[in-house]
Design a binder for this molecule. Structure first.
Ligand code: NDP
Ligand code: MG
Length: 397
């Protein structure tokens, strides 16, 4: 067969680099079309020299100018700006959507609207636009493959018919009674509650099982990440409220589960390493080597499970509530969280203030229908504005 062309949005990030690593093991299958980043020119230069894409896009204009000079001796074409991001996302056979945060929405949508195979890591895009995103997938005949490890696990445990009609079919039709999202509980799972307020960005980013970008690492510590994943699962798998649960599983060996009406529970297991879901997304329905070592059950020992403690993880409850309140609530929660996490990483607010900022922002946004991307971006903008104000109130210095 012909190799498939691949665009990686967010190539310099944790998911982006893992995608490059998996694709490079299979040059007969994948041909790198374009890679994108925001402003990290050094990382991008190295990617261009090692992986030789046709196009490199820097969202930042100055970074693009810098990159152009640095790689003038190569044949890589350098572009910049939002239109270029959308163009390369739409042009390849498959696009890995791995920009972090709301910035990924429009480039990811460009791939969806071009009817391409879309590997979705950028959960914020789906959280922000839910129904509109899933409608566009169906309307434009895009093939959506979830890369978030939990959703990838669930996808792997679905019947083929349900895999091929993501977001469309009811779970009942597929004989499914529940989707069970598992999560480790992050680095602060056993910390005394009184100590949470004094945790540093470095401690929050030190995840016990997964190595990831900073924003998602903080989201894992607050468990807002599981909350965003709850919303993501609702849209991907067309869940009703009673069909979706969250369970703590500290070992991160089971990546999520599907409970069927006949009493069967299917779980996907593996090392906590994103190269497995990435490889699955790249090669589906085939299986390819990912470079991840085989799971050693004797070394793993016990697998344990418990309920998440609502006092420790208020952000999880906020997200679960927002999920069923309406699109305005999840869009504004996502925006508020991005601002709050950035403020925490810059040591402007305490770890525990992230939940306070999120709750206050969602409380201030008016309930409303969001029926267009313009309306979504407008609420995102307003929520960020409120969040900046509220961050000032919680600022530590
Ligand atoms: P990183 O922070 O490691 O990487 C983010 C990437 O996005 C970088 O390439 C960055 O470029 C680019 N980027 C950041 N801001 C912009 C912007 N404004 N415009 C264009 N590009 C931008 O993130 P991760 O790889 O950890 O996460 C990426 C996405 O995948 C997130 O949505 C996350 O939730 C999701 N995900 C990640 C997992 C993981 O294991 N890391 C697991 C499951 C989901 P630059 O380097 O130039 O700043
Ligand atoms: Mg995940």
């Amino acid at each position: 067969f012909e190799p498939q062309t691949l665009t990686i949005l967010g190539a310099t990030g944790s998911i982006g680099l893992n995608t490059l690593a998996v694709a490079a093991q299979h040059p007969e299958r994948f041909q790198l079309y374009a890679v994108t980043a925001h402003s990290n020119v050094t990382a991008m230069e190295q990617i261009c020299r090692e992986h030789k894409p046709r196009i490199a896009v820097m969202a930042d204009v100055h970074a693009a100018a810098d990159l152009k000079v640095r790689i003038a001796d190569t044949s890589v074409q350098v572009l910049s700006g939002q239109q270029a991001l959308a163009d390369v996302a739409a042009a390849a056979d498959m696009t890995m959507a791995a920009i972090v945060g709301a910035a990924g929405l429009m480039p990811t949508m460009a791939a969806v609207m071009a009817g391409k195979r879309v590997l979705l890591a950028n959960k914020e895009a789906l959280v922000m636009s839910g129904q509109l995103f899933m409608n566009a997938v169906v309307e434009h005949g895009a093939i959506l493959l979830p890369i978030d490890s939990e959703h990838n696990a669930i996808f792997q445990c679905l019947p083929v018919a349900a895999q091929l009609s993501l977001g469309d079919q009811s779970l009942t039709t597929a004989g499914i009674s529940k989707i069970i999202l598992t999560g480790s509980g992050g680095p602060f799972r056993e910390l005394p509650l009184a100590d949470l307020a004094h945790q540093s960005p470095q401690a929050a980013c030190a995840h016990p099982n997964w190595s990831m970008g900073q924003k998602i690492s903080v989201d894992s510590a607050t468990m807002l990440n599981k909350g965003l994943e709850y919303i993501e699962a609702r849209w991907l798998f067309n869940c009703q409220q009673h069909e979706l649960d969250v369970l703590l599983h500290p070992q991160s060996i089971i990546h999520s589960m599907v409970r069927y009406t006949d009493g069967s529970v299917l779980a996907q297991m593996g090392e906590p390493d994103m190269r497995t879901p990435i490889a699955y997304g790249l090669s589906y329905p085939d299986r390819i080597v990912s470079g991840v070592k085989a799971l050693d059950f004797e070394q793993v020992g016990a697998l344990t499970f418990c309920k998440p403690d609502p006092e420790r993880y208020p952000c999880l409850q906020l997200a679960q509530d927002a999920c069923w309140q309406g699109q305005w609530a999840t869009t504004s929660l996502n925006a508020a969280n991005e601002v709050a996490v950035a403020a925490f990483l810059n040591q402007r607010i305490r770890f525990t203030a992230i939940a306070d900022v999120c709750a206050e922002v969602v409380g201030r946004i008016e309930a409303q229908e969001l029926n267009s991307f313009e309306a979504i971006l407008s609420v995102d903008h307003q929520a960020r504005h409120y969040a900046e104000e509220i961050v000032e109130k919680y600022a530590v210095c």
